[in-house]
Design a protein around this ligand. Structure first.
Ligand SMILES: Cc1cc2nc3c(=O)[nH]c(=O)nc-3n(C[C@H](O)[C@H](O)[C@H](O)COP(=O)(O)OP(=O)(O)OC[C@H]3O[C@@H](n4cnc5c(N)ncnc54)[C@H](O)[C@@H]3O)c2cc1C
Length: 545
């Protein structure tokens, strides 16, 4: 899918940024956060004629601009840099209409996507319930068919939905309910009889978003409002959009993480301690700034690679979406936390905003699937790949990385991939995935390894001038190569250390033999040059030549 042309995307990003500078300066953000207030009028202007952000994700056939996955990631990152609560609200409409995008009939798409484009209505996505979060199949909301003489003319929906973004303000919700044929999405207007909303939740972060419970008491909807007109497709439809929607939340983590670092970086240039700016102190930059910039760019590489593959027709890429979300949301949280430390006592106060960003970004490891569910999703899928290829899955990717040009970190990322393949094999022979903790640790290590590989490929593409259109261009080839080498060393060391730890913890066995198979001496040797590369990354971040 081609999406917006590069100029249209740049214009959209500039318009959003300019609107935010004008309407949402720091003082306004702090005030709204303090008062726990959703700026509804502002969000409606952003989703209406004035800014028209919603047009990016509505297909051209229904009056939108037909943005692709790359466009949506760039817009989500841009919005998250401004405020994650506002971003959540604007993008909840996208989430809410996703079941229609993947499962709706042509008439349904024209009807509802057309209204989003023309009227700028807000949608909400009603999946979660008080007793059904990560395990959506446990849902209790029911949809009872109604009709005459055996013909179903509509449904009567009863149940409750929990933590719904835009729940208290949207015009329409997509609601997942259990019909006789299985879980099914329905489009429910918020002014329907029997439909009520809870009070806005009092939240830790994203306090500029509205989150509310929904209550449905015999709410009647016509059969035409069953998404796709066939019962029982709901969970598959929810799965189908995950690759896409998890990229959105990944972009939220990325944007919020960079927003925090981009406050810490200039602060450290101004703040004098012990005779000079903090930015000149290696013990400061190499702990609080550099590793986080690297982790965020690892996540960006995973996001951009996944978006490019989705746009090239590669399917919904659920596992890759999960990896991108996992890496970006964890990196965004760590970066925001480090930014508080980087600002010292000032960081701990409201005024400097990094404290608010830290609270806001916390949600990204929870909604659209928690980090633990991401670990499980990644681990299960890659376990199958390991078995199908008789243990060669990660070795094969390692060989591809070894073929990248020298200097972009491919050789070191390859060490991580080969070590991971050996860890998986050790888990297979000793049947260690029967321990859920080990399965989930595998998910984490797989994400870290694949992220390092993605950044090496991105560094190589930037060096060769072969990047996909519309990707970000903040760092040049030399800086990206240094970042990639730092990331690859970290991944390789983590995989070997953690691999030995968890295999040993569950099985005991011959640790020295496994260490040799995982290439531990080579991984240790590859750490040479790390400090120099971190110096290079710091120079790039502080624009020092
Ligand atoms: C601000 C906010 C906005 C939200 N917006 C929306 C929205 O618009 N629409 C919507 O439908 N939902 C929304 N949600 C809900 C969100 O998606 C869920 O909170 C999330 O999926 C987790 O579900 P849960 O809260 O029930 O936690 P649980 O599923 O109960 O999980 C609790 C903890 O247990 C872990 N866990 C769960 N299952 C397992 C397992 N099998 N093995 C190991 N560990 C496990 C989880 O990782 C987590 O750490 C929102 C939530 C919040 C807080």
């Amino acid at each position: 899918m081609r999406g917006l042309d590069a100029e249209a995307l740049d214009f959209t990003l500039e318009s959003i940024t300019e609107f935010a500078h004008r309407e949402l300066p720091d003082a306004v953000l702090l005030d709204l956060d303090e008062r726990d207030t959703f700026p509804e009028e502002l969000v409606r202007r952003m989703c209406g004629e004035e800014l028209g952000i919603q047009l990016v994700f509505v297909p051209e056939d229904y009056g939108g601009m037909g943005g692709n996955a790359m466009d949506v990631y760039r817009v989500c990152e841009c919005m998250a840099r401004i405020d994650l609560g506002v971003a959540t609200s604007v993008l909840a409409t996208f989430l809410g209409s996703d079941p229609i995008t993947v499962g709706g009939t042509e008439d349904q798409k024209a009807r509802w996507m057309g209204r989003i484009a023309e009227e700028g209505i807000l949608f909400a996505y009603g999946a979660t319930e008080p007793d059904a979060g990560s395990d959506l199949a446990a849902l209790k909301t029911v949809a009872k068919p109604i009709g005459d003489n055996g013909t179903v003319t509509g449904y009567r929906i009863t149940g409750a939905k929990q933590w719904i973004s835009n729940g208290g303000v949207a015009e329409l919700s997509t609601v997942l309910a259990l019909a006789p044929g299985g879980p099914t999405w329905f489009v429910v207007p918020h002014d329907a009889e029997g439909f009520t909303q809870g009070h806005p939740e009092h939240k830790h972060g994203i306090r500029l978003s509205n989150t509310a419970a929904l209550f449905l008491e015999d709410v009647e909807v016509p059969v035409d409002d069953l998404v796709g007109l066939v019962e029982g497709q709901g969970l598959q439809q929810a799965q189908q959009v995950f690759g896409y929607t998890r990229l959105m939340v990944a972009a939220f983590g990325l944007g919020a993480g960079w927003a925090a670092l981009d406050r810490a970086i200039p602060y450290s240039q101004d703040r004098m301690q012990a005779g000079g700016p903090l930015s000149e102190k290696q013990g400061y930059t190499h702990k609080l700034i550099v590793p986080h910039a690297v982790a965020l760019e690892v996540a960006r590489a995973a996001i951009e690679e996944t978006a490019a593959r989705i746009d090239a027709g590669g399917g919904s890429l659920n596992t890759e979406g999960a990896i991108a979300k996992y890496l970006a949301s964890e990196a965004g949280n760590a970066a925001a936390d480090a930014a508080i430390q980087a600002l010292g006592g000032y960081g701990y106060t409201h005024e400097y905003l990094v404290e608010k960003i830290r609270r806001d970004v916390r949600i990204t490891t929870i909604y659209e699937g928690t980090s633990e569910i991401m670990e499980m999703t990644i681990a299960r899928d890659r376990w199958q790949e390991h078995l199908k290829t008789r243990g060669d899955h990660y070795h094969a990717i390692g060989r591809e990385l070894e073929a990248l040009p020298a200097g972009v970190g491919g050789d070191i990322a390859a060490l991580a991939h080969h070590a991971l393949a050996e860890m998986l094999e050790a888990c297979r022979t000793a049947r260690l995935t029967r321990h859920q903790h080990i399965l989930l640790r595998l998910g984490e290590l797989e994400a870290r390894t694949e992220g390092a590989g993605a950044l090496a490929r991105r560094a190589a593409a930037v060096a060769a001038g072969t990047t996909v259109e519309k990707t970000s261009n903040r760092f040049d080839a030399a800086a990206l190569a240094a970042m990639s080498r730092v990331a690859a060393r970290e991944a390789a060391l983590t995989i070997t250390t953690e691999g030995l730890r968890w295999v040993g913890a569950a099985e005991g066995g011959d640790a020295a033999a496994l260490a040799a198979r995982m290439g531990l001496p080579a991984v240790h040797a590859a750490q040479a040059g790390l400090i120099a590369d971190m110096d290079l990354v710091a120079d790039a971040l502080y624009r020092r030549t």
